[in-house]
Design a protein around this ligand. Sequence first.
Ligand code: ADP
Ligand code: MG
Length: 381
Amino acid sequence: SSRLDSEVEEALLSPSLPGTLGREGDTPGEPPTVVRFDDVSKVYNGATTKAVDGVSLDIRAGEFFSILGPSGSGKTSCLRMIAGFEQPSSGRILLDGVDVQGIPPYRRDVNTVFQNYALFPHMSIEANVSYPLRMHRVAKHEIAERVAETLALVEMEELRMRFPHQLSGGQRQRAALARALVGRPKVLLLDEPLGALDLQLRQQMQLALKQLQRDVGITFVYVTHDQGEALSMSDRMAVMSAGHIEQVGTPREVYFHPNTPFVAGFIGKANLGRGTVVLESGAAVGHWGGISFPMAADTPLGPCAFSLRHESVSLSDGAGDITVRGTVEEVVFLGDSSEVMVAVDGMTLVAKAPAHIGFALSNGQAITASFKATEVVRIDG
Ligand code: ADP
Ligand code: MG
């Protein structure tokens, strides 16, 4: 669309020439914050709900930072406010410590890779990639040098004379990346950039993107609804739901210590339910359905939510310290594994089991499941 084209051009005209690669941080030892959301909300014209609702966030120099959330949770809106295509309704966005309100996209040291690549169809790949430098009237020899360097970075040197329609989806994506990187923006914004690729290519590109980001040291803000992508590539990630941030942390923190039932349910596959923690003979004990298990001594008492990952529930003898008896309700074959639903004391516990174990089970059969008490996560609320 023409709106998109003009956005692409604006985004490509970011002012960061010559490059800011390898710039030292403002505070020795601590990477500076390059993107800050300060209580940012966004209400679109005519909308009754906030697309973005009180988001505060610090993204540091050199980070691969992902924003993960389901469709409609406000990820793209956040990205577009960083780029300057949308304005916050309230709150502030700071780039490199400067409030960017009123600063147009082309004057922000930020570039965007769009999901649909948005390459100029009538230009060769080389012309596409050199375009931002030509617009900035960079000297010819420097353009040649930087285009060559950037095409090498994305392994597209051989294809530089081709036109976009002569490339595969993955190649187009790499060309779009090169065009966004050639001006060496301080921050690269990527909005579901691999969404149009098939699974295998997507996984290859995930690795390539992560390596590329490490090589160039540019801060990446990566929007995706795909948890696998966020978990495998990010240094840190924010999980969004309905316009607000549920949790910010490293992939490990978010995966193993979800702060909210939403995060526990959205990332990975987990048994989720309500229960309570009570003091019994001086020790904290969790009760969840008919199951009880010891909790750490400092666990807050009272009602809470519990989460236990499918892969934390074992159907082999002696794997966990808490053993429950139940019956097989259902077995779902997933290819590399099976999901086994076990009816236990009025609740269903789902176990991720090796496929061959799933094959050997039939509905209604008695079964013993076990888990480690330490793998049960207590969640507020
Ligand atoms: P995501 O990228 O996570 O799918 P978006 O930021 O695109 O989410 O959208 C968040 C919410 O804002 C959605 O309810 C969406 O319908 C709404 N929205 C997005 N863009 C606009 C717009 N230009 N005008 C009105 N509503 C919008
Ligand atoms: Mg989106």
